[in-house]
Each structure stands twice: as structure tokens, then as C-alpha cells.
Design a protein around this ligand. Sequence first.
Ligand SMILES: CC(C)(COP(=O)(O)OP(=O)(O)OC[C@H]1O[C@@H](n2cnc3c(N)ncnc32)[C@H](O)[C@@H]1OP(=O)(O)O)[C@@H](O)C(=O)NCCC(=O)NCCS
Length: 168
Amino acid sequence: MRTREALLPDAEQVHALIAAYSGDGTLLPRSLAEICENVRDFVVLEHEGRIIGCGALHLYGPHLAEIRSITVDPTHQSSGGGRRLVKALLAQAEKHRVTCVCLFTRIPEFFARLGFTIASHQDLPDKIHKDCYKCPRLHYCDEVAMIRGNLPRFAILPAPATWLKIQA
Ligand SMILES: CC(C)(COP(=O)(O)OP(=O)(O)OC[C@H]1O[C@@H](n2cnc3c(N)ncnc32)[C@H](O)[C@@H]1OP(=O)(O)O)[C@@H](O)C(=O)NCCC(=O)NCCS
């Protein structure tokens, strides 16, 4: 089992891996076009020539990156693949000298084992602006925000005024 940077020919398999967990809301849906466009964000997990997992690192800026779309094929879970993917994505963040990596999750225990701590949603306006504002669960989000590194003190994408009003 090893991780490597994704290439365009991997996009269809990455799409299938994510689709398997987006129907029930575990992962945000990603279209094939979106995966192709952002393929350089992705790391894949390979085993015996097959892609059995993937994850992406979205760069907001030097202050923040986000781990997204992380998944391992159910038949290969609990073998250390998820951990490898997170470590590979953290190494990418380090390469880019990003000072904080965030994620939103319903399994904080998994990420806590990898050094993430719980944060407040409002502390991550870049993420809010990118995804939450258009999410049907905006008003009843059940995901835990987590960070690893230094909480950003500024945002590149401003939080939508309506969202800030809701949170006040
Ligand atoms: C979450 C996921 C990527 C973990 O992958 P995995 O290959 O099974 O995880 P690993 O084998 O690397 O596990 C690493 C550690 O985390 C623990 N762990 C794994 N899944 C966990 C979970 N759901 N909750 C809490 N701890 C978990 C393991 O027990 C292991 O602990 P250890 O270090 O004490 O041995 C995988 O279960 C998955 O694809 N889930 C569905 C998609 C998903 O929920 N993605 C996350 C969205 S934020």
C-alpha cells in the first residue's frame, strides 16, 4: 500500500470512490469534471496496482488548507490506508508551508489521532464561504471543525454577511 500524487487517468476511479460515500452525505459530492480540474489537489492510495483510496488538499492560501474527499474503499479499511492518506496530505501542506490545515468531519476521533484538534466553524470563514453557504445543512451542520497548526488570523474569502448574522 502506498500513496502518490494523482494523475488525470486516476480521475474516474477517484470519482467512483467519492461517489460511494457522497449519497448519504458522508462526503461532499464531486463531479468528474471538478475532479479533473482539481486533480493536482489529490493524493491516491494504491494497492497491487489498484486505486483503493484518495484524499485532497485544497489550498486557500499560506494561512490555510483543507483536507477534503478522503476515503478508503470499504474492503481495505482499517489497514492504515486512511492514516497514510492524511500524512501524505499533511506533507503536501508542509511543502507549501501552509500554517494551518483544517477539515470538517463527523469522525473527529479518527483525525484527533492524527494531531487535529476541535475548532469553531466561525474561525474558518474561508471554508464557510467556499462550501457552507450553499450547503442545505447550513443551519443544522452536524460536522465538527478541526485544525492542525495555527488558527488563521485572517481570511482570503470573506464569510457571507448572512451567515455571520445567523451565527451572531
Ligand atoms: C475514515 C477512513 C478514511 C479511515 O480509513 P482507514 O484506512 O479505515 O483508517 P486507518 O486504518 O488508517 O485508521 C487509523 C486509525 O484511526 C482509527 N479509525 C479508523 N476509522 C475510524 C473512525 N471512523 N472513527 C474513529 N477512529 C477510526 C483506526 O482504528 C486507527 O487507529 P490506530 O492508529 O489506533 O490503529 C475510512 O474509514 C473511510 O473511508 N470512511 C468513509 C469516508 C469518510 O468517512 N471519510 C472521512 C470524511 S471527513
